[in-house]
Each structure stands twice: as C-alpha cells, then as structure tokens.
Design a binder for this molecule. Structure first.
Ligand code: DBV
Length: 263
C-alpha cells in the first residue's frame, strides 16, 4: 500500500505507466517533498462495468512539492477497457512567474484524447506569456504537424490555453499506439523538459506581482475544478462525495491550500 504521495505508483497494465515514470525521473533533478494527500486518494480500488462482467478500477495519486512548485500531481486511472488516464498538472508557487504544466492523456473505448500545454495564468499579460510561448512554439509546431486535429474546444476554455496547446484525438489500435510512441511520448517529454527549464531559471517576483499571479491561478483552478471532464467517470466509479472531495481538495486544491497556509 502507498502511504506517501511520493511512493511509486505501479498499476498493472496501465498504458501511461512509462509516461509517469519518465516524468518523475525528470523531476528528480529537484529536491522533492511529499505533498499531503489523504489516504483515500493515494490509491483507491473500485469496479465498473456490469454485474456479470465487472471491470476493476484503480485510481492513484502521485504528488510532490518543491521550493518553486506548490503542487505537482498526477491522477492515474486504470479501468481496463473502460478507461486509462494520466492527468498531470504542475501548479507553480505564485512567487514565480510561471505557467501551469498540463497533460491529459486519456484512453476511452472510442479512442485516445490527448492534451498537452503550458497554460498561462494570464493570457493577456505579455510579460507572463512572451518568454514561454517563444520557446514553446517550435516544439508545438514540430509535433502538431504529425497529429490529427482534436476538434473544437469549449469557447469558455480559451483564456486558459496557450497557442501551443497540443490537442488530438486518435483511434485505438496499432496505428494509434504507434502515433503515441512516435509523437506523443517525445512531445510530452519536450513540453515537460522545457517547463522544468523555465522553473530552474525562474527568479522570485515582488509581493504585488505574486498577489496578481495568485489571483490568476485561482481563476484557472476554479475553472478546472468546475469543468473537470473526469467528474462523470469518477462519480460512476466512486460516487459523488469522494469525487467532489478529490476534485476540490486534491486535484484542484489551490483555494483550500491558499486559505490554510497564506503562502
Ligand atoms: N481530466 C482532468 C482530470 C482527469 C481528466 C483531473 C482524473 O482534468 C480526464 C482525470 N479528460 C479526462 C477524461 C476525459 C477528458 C476529456 C476522463 C473524457 C471525458 C469524457 O469524454 O467522458 C483537455 N480533456 C478532455 C477534454 C478536453 C480535455 C478538452 C474533452 C472535454 C469534452 O469533450 O467535454 N484537460 C483538458 C485540458 C487539460 C486537461 C486542456 C490540460 C492540458 O487536463
């Protein structure tokens, strides 16, 4: 059993295992502290499917903090043919002018849905976005050319995406698997490596700037919690009480964290 957020997540047959392992080894260039996660969210088993054909479900949370990153967390879901998910968000400290890292790698019975981005705290602020987008666009352009377009995303989500939002839907099967290996895997690593470079370079901002970054971070987090596309799936697996607490108290917990620590 996992007792710390830093304990390795190992889920049998989980498609995204190598992505998580790679991400954690990339993070290990920093000093990682455990991030407090209630035991019920560290790892939870469940069941989906029918009475006659139950499908076991596992949901695990890996998380850490560093001096510059308030919360790094991965939600890992394995439900056999029903779903396989790695949702990975890095929440920087508001003391640093950094975007969020966001990855949503989702396999459902009707195909893969894959999203990667460095998401701005304030899209309208060129001081915030300029230095990131300039370096991210070439990475985006290289990989996006190899992928089918993911289709429209909700209008209201616009403020939270960068122009380097990598977003694709690809079919299940061998061709899709090959595309994930050839394109999604290196793209994921390059987005993360660029992000970690930005973190390493980041210098603390003044109190006014930190307050304004915090306000932007709260808008983003509130949006993600409110619109979490996994809500339906998690509610089917674990019920609404557990799911709402997971969304608000773990996955998108800034409101709660800011009110308890004032940092
Ligand atoms: N998405 C989450 C969390 C998940 C998760 C915490 C714990 O934010 C999984 C799991 N995403 C998840 C699932 C689906 C999606 C869909 C299960 C499928 C929902 C369904 O069809 O039932 C990117 N993810 C999506 C969609 C988008 C994103 C645009 C489609 C939404 C829709 O069709 O309504 N999520 C979105 C995004 C980031 C992100 C831009 C950051 C890069 O994490």
């Amino acid at each position: 059993v996992r007792t710390s957020s830093l304990d390795p997540v190992q889920i049998k047959g989980w498609r995204w295992q190598p992505f998580l392992d790679k991400a954690i080894s990339a993070l290990e260039t920093f000093r990682l502290s455990p991030y407090p996660i209630d035991e019920t969210f560290l790892q939870r088993e469940g069941s989906t499917g029918s009475k006659s054909k139950p499908v076991p479900v596992t949901t695990a949370t890996w998380a850490c903090a560093t001096d510059k990153l308030r919360q790094v967390r991965c939600a890992c879901v394995e439900a056999g043919t029903a779903a396989s998910v790695l949702n990975f968000v890095i929440n920087p400290s508001c003391r640093f002018d950094l975007p969020f890292f966001g990855a949503d790698l989702v396999t459902l019975p009707n195909g893969h849905l894959l999203a990667l981005d460095l998401q701005p705290v304030d899209k309208a602020d060129p001081e915030h976005t300029g230095p990131v987008w300039e370096r991210l666009m070439p990475v985006f352009e290289r990989w996006q050319a190899e992928l089918p377009d993911g289709g429209p995303i909700p209008e209201e989500a616009q403020p939270y995406f960068s122009p380097a939002f990598l977003w694709t839907r690809i079919p299940l099967g061998e061709e899709g698997d090959a595309l994930i290996e050839r394109v999604i895997r290196p793209a994921f690593i390059e987005y993360l490596q660029l992000y970690l470079k930005l973190v390493a370079e980041a210098q603390p901002v003044n109190d006014d700037r930190a307050a304004s970054l915090l306000a932007g971070q709260k808008r983003y987090t509130a949006y993600r919690a409110e619109k979490d596309p996994a809500r339906g799936m998690l509610t089917r697996f674990y019920g609404s009480e557990w799911t709402e607490s997971y969304i608000h108290d773990v996955l998108f917990d800034l409101e709660k964290a800011a009110s308890t620590s004032l940092s």
